[in-house]
Design a protein around this ligand. Structure first.
Ligand SMILES: NC(=O)c1ccc[n+]([C@@H]2O[C@H](COP(=O)([O-])OP(=O)(O)OC[C@H]3O[C@@H](n4cnc5c(N)ncnc54)[C@H](O)[C@@H]3O)[C@@H](O)[C@H]2O)c1
Length: 251
């Protein structure tokens, strides 16, 4: 384990793009040391470089959250660099729309593997280090894990799983001082939208259900600020919470 300089440290998955990238920059700007983890190594490296250019402390690692060995390496890289781990932000995720009758086992398994198993693996590897400092996990789920989204069976099942995994882990670790919370955004302005194109024959009226009454997409910085809030030591009693940031989609 590396030598701690007393700074808090965060391991952010999905740190190459979108919400993960903005969350890593947000933590870095606030004085938290950040380990940027993503299967896109050059993207993770670029995020770490931006944090350092702004005067922060960062490292990066390429890897797959759904791979046991990579998940373990991510935690040991953060500990090796910073000597402690205060926050695990599980942001990495994938998804797609499909007609369920045509969904392949490969696509189903890939979505569950990254979004749900990946969240579990990263948490499992990080828990001992988080317990040492009374740290926190924030899992990025989705409103698709709370209410039905059309043509998103695998994505919705994975995010619903993340919500229940969050509550279960929060209960188990409440007496041990590790807090576990989830955030459920609706549409955030990130490149993930390119993965969600309406399938053949999609019902327009069903797709309209996921448009927020505000009529606005969310800026990733708002989600980063919420992740920061949920993981903050200023919120010692906030655990097992599922924070909905959705412009009213679920109302
Ligand atoms: N953008 C939205 O509208 C929205 C809404 C609700 C929830 N979310 C959730 O927010 C999270 C971040 O999404 P985003 O919008 O920033 O998407 P994004 O595509 O911009 O970023 C996702 C990042 O995760 C990385 N990633 C994917 N699979 C990985 C794996 N197996 N191992 C490591 N890294 C992996 C990608 O390389 C990418 O850098 C996801 O979990 C997503 O489901 C997004």
């Amino acid at each position: 384990m590396g030598e701690s300089n007393g700074r808090r440290s965060a391991l952010v998955t999905g740190a190459a793009s979108g919400i993960g990238r903005v969350t890593a920059l947000h933590f870095g700007a606030g004085g938290t040391s950040v380990c940027c983890f993503d299967r896109d190594g050059s993207g993770a490296e670029a995020t770490a470089a931006s944090i350092r250019d702004a005067g922060g402390e960062a490292c990066w690692l390429a890897g797959d959250v759904s791979d046991e060995v990579d998940a373990k390496s991510a935690v040991s890289t953060a500990l090796g660099e910073f000597g402690r781990l205060d926050v695990l932000a599980n942001v990495a995720g994938i998804g797609h729309f499909s007609n369920t009758a045509e969904e392949s086992v490969e696509d189903w398994t890939r979505v569950l593997g990254v979004n749900l198993t990946g969240t579990f693996l990263m948490a499992r590897e990080a828990l001992p280090a988080l317990e040492e400092v009374g740290g926190a996990i924030v899992n990025v789920a989705s409103v698709a894990g709370l209410t039905a989204h059309p043509y998103a069976a695998a994505y919705g099942a994975s995010k619903g799983g993340v919500v229940m995994f969050t509550k279960t882990l929060a209960l188990e670790y409440a007496p041990r001082g590790v807090r576990v919370n989830a955030i459920c955004p609706s549409g955030v302005i990130t490149p993930i939208a390119a993965q969600f194109s309406a399938p053949e024959g999609a019902e327009e009226s069903l797709l309209m259900r996921i448009i927020p009454p505000t009529g606005r997409l969310i800026d990733a910085e708002e989600i980063a600020a919420a992740i920061d809030f949920l993981s903050s030591p200023a919120m010692p009693n906030m655990t097992g919470a599922v924070l909905v940031v959705d412009g009213g989609v679920t109302l």
